[in-house]
Design a protein. Structure first.
Length: 170
């Protein structure tokens, strides 16, 4: 009998100035946690920070470089408000972008609302860690994660050096 592969280790980073000040409850972070756990991921880290680029960059670097997480999912800070800096922070720390993930998430949201055109979330790789930006609302974060969750395990497997044939994956 073969052992199951270990769960991918994830971190959830919620970015919200109001949340960090205790003025708003984080509803997207807990929903993302639930979705990832249901899909078999181990949620090893969770943090709520104000939407400050330097704080976001530091958290992403620490989790990718020191904690060696496989996946970091951010929620919040992807819009066009002056303080929304998550995509900029992510772009500053990644080595390679994965535009197909962001495109798939926006397409899924566009099926629900035209306002999805304002989402600036990106996805990219730092070392062997995938970083994925989701919107801050619970509903939009759930829709975006649902759009790409079935593809994540295969991508993470490839990041870890798997030589399996991509065309044969489910």
């Amino acid at each position: 009998m073969s052992a199951l592969p270990p769960a991918y280790r994830c971190g959830i980073l919620t970015l919200s100035d109001k949340g960090a000040r205790g003025e708003r409850e984080d509803t997207s972070g807990p929903r993302i946690r639930e979705m990832l756990r249901t899909a078999g991921y181990e949620v090893a880290e969770y943090q709520l920070l104000p939407d400050r680029q330097e704080l976001i960059e530091q958290a992403l670097k620490t989790w990718a470089d020191e904690q060696r997480l496989d996946l970091i999912v951010t929620t919040g800070g992807t819009g066009v408000s002056p303080g929304d800096r998550t995509p900029e922070a992510t772009r500053a720390v990644i080595e390679r972008e994965v535009p197909g993930l962001a495109e798939a998430m926006r397409m899924a949201s566009l099926r629900k609302t035209v306002q999805a055109v304002w989402s600036r979330g990106i996805a990219g790789i730092r070392q062997e860690c995938l970083i994925l930006n989701l919107p801050g609302s619970r509903k939009a974060a759930e829709e975006n994660l649902e759009a790409v969750l079935p593809a994540l395990a295969h991508g993470l497997e490839k990041l870890k050096g798997s030589t399996s044939d991509c065309g044969r994956m489910g």
